[in-house]
Design a protein. Sequence first.
Length: 203
Amino acid sequence: MLVHGLWMHGRMFTLQRRRLAARGYRVECFSYPSVRSGLDATADALARFIAGIDAARVHLAGHSLGGLVVLRMLARHRLPSLGRVVLLGAPCAGSNSATVLRRLPLLSAILGRAICEWLDAPPPVLQTGLEIGVIAGTRSLGLGRFLPGLAVPNDGVVAVSETRLAVATDSVLLPVGHTEMLFSRMCLEQMLAFVCEGGFRHG
């Protein structure tokens, strides 16, 4: 199950979806109105979507805001079919880019409700036993690098330090930009490594 980020649509995963299908995986994309929809409502909709899939096990991969939606869903729902979870460039520990933009009257509205609700809420309390892998990019390609305060290293939008999740099973740094994660074969290989083996391939 692929979950997109802010200002995007499930179609952004078309290339990765084809690559996964070619390897025999059944792939679903969860699309949602990333600007106007609230975080809890989107998380609940994702849970319903997953519950409606006829599969013994469903693995999740969330990019950017999509990763935060996945985490909020995991805090609110217990799904018997849940498999492993991969977060790609998800600002689990806060977002300098979003924090700067929400201070600007002309730009705060385009951030939408979900990311602001994440910033204002305490970290979600997740159930024990989850297997969560975190992928962070170190190639600074993105509009966030033009905003003040973005820590180094970063993927151009999200700093590596912002992707940290205390309960993560494993994490890996890749030389990719934030949007590149949607197309990167390297990201795909690491994502599959975690889904299949429970850990990333280091070194």
